[in-house]
Design a protein around this ligand. Structure first.
Ligand code: S3P
Length: 215
């Protein structure tokens, strides 16, 4: 079920323009666990006045099981197949802001669908921030290892070259959430609206927290 968040008092000059330019395309957030995809996604959806969909929650609803239960009962490959199906369905019902699980973008078929039906944002986060955030929760089966920090390091190494294929990159760091949301809005506007292409964005240099238009 799509979630909605109160938008009272929150809006910016570009919000409606971005939503219009998206048409039926969604905004898809990708990146590591703990990067803030759900937190930022929920706020971004409120700004754009679009439904917010959390792919992990949609998978749990479809399976009537929690993610740890799916991993435990059926294994990761089964979870990944279900994840790909759910994301394909969500993309077919855009526009929305969709937060994906950290492994979803690793599947080529899902990346292709996202490229065609959405604008993707990689929320890039450092290992220490990820570790600090994921420590608060125990519901990530991939981190049920003897050395979760080493596992996060390995996943970052494997995944970052693939996350890099997202349309936009925003540095997720310890600043107020609204700042990250604002950076997402600016990056979306530069890509979708300013001049109609990414041309305006190409002048932006890659610095933490800004659009990387070179990808
Ligand atoms: C996973 C991330 C989780 C969830 C599952 C697997 C991953 O989602 O999909 O535990 O492979 O990184 P979040 O990124 O929302 O934590």
């Amino acid at each position: 079920m799509p979630e909605t968040v109160s938008t009272a008092g929150v809006s910016g000059p570009h919000d409606a323009e971005i939503t219009a330019a998206l048409g039926t395309r969604s905004v898809v957030l990708v990146g590591m666990m703990g990067a803030g995809k759900s937190t930022i996604g929920r706020r971004l959806s409120a700004r754009l006045r679009l439904p917010f969909l959390d792919a992990d929650i949609e998978i749990e609803t479809a399976a009537a099981m929690s993610i740890p239960e799916i991993f435990e009962a059926h294994g990761e490959p089964h979870f990944r197949d279900g994840e790909a199906r759910v994301i394909a369905r969500l993309l077919d019902h855009g526009p929305a802001v969709i937060a994906t699980g950290g492994g979803a973008f690793m599947r080529e078929e899902t990346r292709n669908r996202i490229r065609l039906q959405a604008v993707s944002i990689w929320l890039k986060a450092d290992a220490d921030i990820i570790m600090r955030r994921v420590k608060r929760r125990v519901d990530r089966p991939l981190l049920h290892t003897a050395d979760p920090a080493a596992t996060v390091g390995r996943l970052i190494e494997e995944r970052e070259p693939v996350y890099r294929h997202a349309d936009l990159t925003i540095w997720s760091r310890d600043v107020p959430h609204e700042k990250i949301v604002e950076e997402c809005i600016d990056a979306l506007h530069a890509r979708l609206c300013a001049g109609g292409t990414a041309a305006a964005a190409q002048e932006t240099t890659e610095t933490p927290g800004t659009l990387d238009a070179t990808r």
